[in-house]
Write a protein that binds this ligand. Structure first.
Ligand code: SF4
Length: 439
């Protein structure tokens, strides 16, 4: 049995002047100008790997097809689980009935692929521009294909959204399909983890919860869409990703209750997240300490090796993934980095309350974007590393700045104890490379 490490000792010493008394009163710079972000179609890349019997049919243009195909980088002879039904000139000119065309494409696809159990029709900017009603299309096609295939729809359009909202919209579309949980008192509360996690991370969390005496924790999305978790007023849910506002609202509408917690990044965040989930299920702190001691110790040792590269360096976050606030907290409190600006596309005060309380007082928070102004602030601050989208990374590198692509933070396994050092390495590697080049 592993020695018990007190949970309070898990985080590294926090820099001085950390928490503010009331995070909801923190000043935030709000900007509404030109933005540089990917669209929600990007979420298909990790969602199609996670839900293994689902198919994502984008209804969009050739640009949409190129975006998804190049981001996924799959081999062309693999049996894919996503595709694009191209809206062409005839559809745009109203010469063809786009609904008829879509029905034909879906019928052909489902006849050829009996392995598909859930089909997501994914809207795009072009489908929204021609006002193709995909929710009606999903209802119409459901009449034809239910119960063999569930047909749902959501929008991945880049109009007024950012790329992680694709996952939010996808999961929110699944919520009405979740079966109702039994409500008898003898059934007790159940714990649901919400947010797509790589299978290896999900298995780690499941083992930790099992070690606390919670063997039946459910995850959403599940690996198979035919195994949806049951929910109801007895369900307590923990968010694994900070960008799931619509999904959380839909779950709450079904009676489930959100457990307030920081997000599971780094040792501190992971411990606080696990502890919040366990406490909501009636597990005491000593049990959580015991169950997590070995993993915490491993993660702390691994982080200690990366910390010298990051400590005392400054970081500037452009708004992109919506992971910015929890990542800034991790880099500041566990890696000793200085935060110059933490930009995020949307700041959900309620979901971020626990995170905001852990940020140092006086840090510049910004919501939304006016990219030229933000670039000016970044240039004048000259941070050691800039976290931004692909569109900004290359020009900033040309100006001699070190950058980290925000999208990599969503594509890589970064949650939990065993990935804490990998997460730190994602920031350390570009700094290390720059140092070597300069030497
Ligand atoms: S959905 Fe919109 S932003 Fe995304 S690839 Fe298609 S056209 Fe571009």
């Amino acid at each position: 049995m592993s020695p018990v490490i007190p949970i309070q000792s898990a985080p590294s010493a926090a820099p001085s002047a950390c928490s503010t008394p009331n995070p909801s009163t923190r000043p935030v710079l709000r900007e509404r100008g030109q933005r540089e972000v990917f669209c929600g179609l990007t979420g298909i890349i990790w969602l199609h790997r996670k839900i293994q019997d689902a198919f994502f049919l984008v209804v969009g243009s050739r640009t949409c097809a190129h975006l998804v195909q190049s981001a996924a980088g799959v081999m062309i002879f693999a049996e894919p689980r996503f595709a694009t039904a191209i809206i062409d000139d005839r559809d745009l000119a109203g010469l063809a009935d786009a609904n008829e065309e879509l029905d034909r494409v879906v019928t052909r696809l489902l006849e050829r692929r009996p392995d598909i159990k859930t089909l997501f029709l994914v809207g795009s900017c072009p489908s929204e521009v021609i006002k193709l009603d995909l929710s009606r299309a999903a209802q119409r096609l459901s009449r034809q294909f239910t119960p063999a295939v569930r047909i749902l729809n959501y929008s991945g359009s880049g109009i007024e959204t950012t790329f992680t909202q694709g996952e939010d919209a996808c999961l929110a579309s699944l919520v009405p399909c979740l079966p109702a949980a039994a409500t008898g008192l003898e059934d007790g509360a159940s714990l649901l983890v919400v947010g797509a996690l790589p299978d290896v991370v999900e298995d780690q969390f499941a083992r930790l919860f099992a070690a606390m005496g919670l063997p039946r924790v459910q995850f959403m999305p599940p690996r198979r869409s035919t195994e949806l978790p049951a929910i109801g007023p007895q369900t307590r849910f923990l968010m694994a990703q900070p960008f799931l506002a619509d999904t959380a609202r839909a779950l709450e509408d079904r009676g489930a209750q959100r457990i307030a917690a920081p997000f599971p990044f780094g040792v501190e965040g992971t411990t606080a997240w696990l502890l919040a989930g366990a406490k909501a299920m009636g597990v005491d702190e000593a049990t959580v300490e015991q169950a997590t001691a070995a993993a915490r110790q491993r993660a702390q040792s691994a982080l200690a090796k990366v910390k010298p590269v990051l400590q005392g360096r400054s970081v500037f976050f452009f708004p992109d993934s919506q992971l910015e606030v929890p990542l800034a907290r991790f880099l500041n409190r566990e890696m000793g980095m200085d935060l110059i600006e933490v930009g995020t596309p949307y700041l959900h005060r309620q979901h971020m309350d626990e995170e905001l309380a852990l940020l140092p007082a006086g840090v510049q928070l910004s919501e939304g974007q006016d990219v030229e102004r933000q670039l000016d602030r970044c240039r004048s601050a000259r941070p050691d590393i800039v976290v931004c989208g692909l569109g900004l990374a290359n020009p900033l590198e040309m100006e001699g700045m070190t950058t980290k692509w925000a999208i990599e933070l969503v594509f890589s396994p970064v949650h939990g104890y065993d990935q804490a050092a990998d997460l730190a390495q994602l920031f350390a590697r570009p700094l290390d490379r720059r140092q070597r080049l300069a030497a």
